[in-house]
Design a protein around this ligand. Structure first.
Ligand SMILES: Cc1cc2nc3c(=O)[nH]c(=O)nc-3n(C[C@H](O)[C@H](O)[C@H](O)COP(=O)(O)O)c2cc1C
Length: 386
């Protein structure tokens, strides 16, 4: 599958029922930050360098003690298991084959055990702070059996409003009305309905089965999340997480250098510079805008990952040039999964590998350590103006 990022999104839109496609592509409120993520990356220009013997390009690195063949991984995407039949297992397999980390969301369709059964190596697990600490401790113990790294997401003290979900029946129309609207969208996508809706059942939130049961309907999830996400959480709560998680810990959803400092001070091994893909605070900085100041402040004391708007190996290169040690993909892999299942995600990862190598060659880099802010070009038109 040789296709560019916009085409992949378009193809996913043809495959998925509208309520699901809107849920994935949408952002919060006026979607300004969603646009800022792509906009900030698009405005950055790379310096072309020539005649530098780039015949030995190496994209490998070590992430939290594990070898990775590329400087990125698949970030947590809730309900990704609805993009393809038992989707998280398919995506995790593709990531494992490509030698990059896969992070399972708390709110995945397949639970940790199912993903572990379908893969051979430990993967990462993403955690939301949930009020019921006994359930949280149990969830962390289940994750610790199969997962090597914990990604603790902190940018959702409350769930932001997403108008698309409201309109589509994903969150806004409770009860029969929402069910009917979603059923109509599903009927317009018979291939998805058969392959995922029917043969991929149950489409419940696997990790939350102990509290929700396996038959809960979509609106029960939304209600449960609203009631159980804990807005009182502070850095002190990291002690609770640490008590139940001994491995590397990453704080995801940081946009401010002071918060990054606090995360490292509280014992995080890494942070993810992220605005949740423009799905939380609308009007917040695009990730690429926030990244340089955070990378400078952390200055190698912890691993700095970034996400938001990354759709190609070139975007990935730009995030690395801005100071990220690695990148997480969100929508890009969800769309690839929708379009081609495991093979679709494998093709996406190959494309990122190919494009990153090409970008490294054309900017004169052989190793990831060669990539840095010196590769970012400033337009001479702007300089002349200023
Ligand atoms: C459909 C969807 C579901 C998501 N679910 C989660 C989640 O469960 N946990 C989490 O920490 N982040 C979640 N995110 C945020 C992603 O991990 C990531 O921060 C974001 O998608 C990056 O932006 P991008 O999609 O433009 O690459 C989700 C994003 C999307 C698009």
């Amino acid at each position: 599958m040789l296709t560019g990022p916009d085409h992949l999104e378009e193809l996913a839109g043809k495959r998925l029922p509208r309520f699901l496609f809107d849920y994935i592509r949408g952002g919060s409120y006026g979607e300004e930050t969603l646009r800022a993520n792509r906009g900030a990356l698009g405005e950055l220009k790379l310096k072309q360098r020539v005649m530098r013997d780039v015949s030995h390009i190496d994209t490998s690195m070590s992430l939290f003690g594990q070898a990775a063949s590329l400087p990125f991984g698949l970030g947590p995407v809730g309900l990704a298991g609805m993009c393809a039949r038992r989707g998280e297992v398919q995506a995790a397999r593709a990531a494992e084959a490509a030698g990059v980390p896969f992070c399972l969301s708390t709110v995945s369709v397949c639970d940790v055990g199912e993903v572990a059964a379908g893969t051979t190596k430990p993967f990462w697990f993403q955690l939301y702070m949930i009020r019921d600490r006994a359930f949280l401790a149990d969830l962390l113990h289940r994750a610790a059996e199969h997962c090597s790294v914990l990604v603790f997401t902190v940018d959702m003290p409350v769930a932001a409003l997403r108008y698309r979900d409201f309109r589509s029946g994903m969150s806004g129309a409770p009860g029969l009305k929402g069910q009917l609207r979603r059923a109509m969208h599903a009927m317009a996508r018979p291939a998805w309905s058969l392959d995922v809706g029917l043969r991929g059942a149950p489409l419940s939130l696997g990790n939350l089965k102990p509290v929700l049961g396996s038959k809960a309907a979509m609106q029960d999830f939304a209600g449960w999340i609203m009631r159980n996400f804990d807005p009182s959480v502070t850095w002190d709560d990291l002690a609770f997480v640490r008590e139940h998680w001994q491995g590397p810990l990453i704080i995801k959803g940081v946009l401010d250098p002071d918060d990054a400092e606090a995360a490292v001070g509280a014992g995080a091994d890494g942070i993810v510079v992220s605005n949740h893909g423009g799905r939380q605070l609308d009007g917040a900085l695009g990730s690429a805008e926030a990244l340089p100041a955070i990378a400078a402040r952390i200055d190698g004391r912890a691993t700095v990952l970034a996400d938001g708007g990354v759709r190609s190996g070139i975007d990935l290169m730009k995030m690395l040039a801005l100071g990220a040690d690695g990148v997480l993909l969100g929508r890009a892999w969800a769309y690839a999964l929708a379009v081609g299942g495991q093979a679709g995600v494998a093709a996406l990862l190959q494309g990122f590998d190919r494009d990153l190598r090409a970008a490294m060659a054309m900017t004169g880099c052989n190793r990831l350590a060669d990539i840095g802010p010196h590769l970012l070009a400033h337009s001479s038109i702007e300089s002349a103006d200023g």
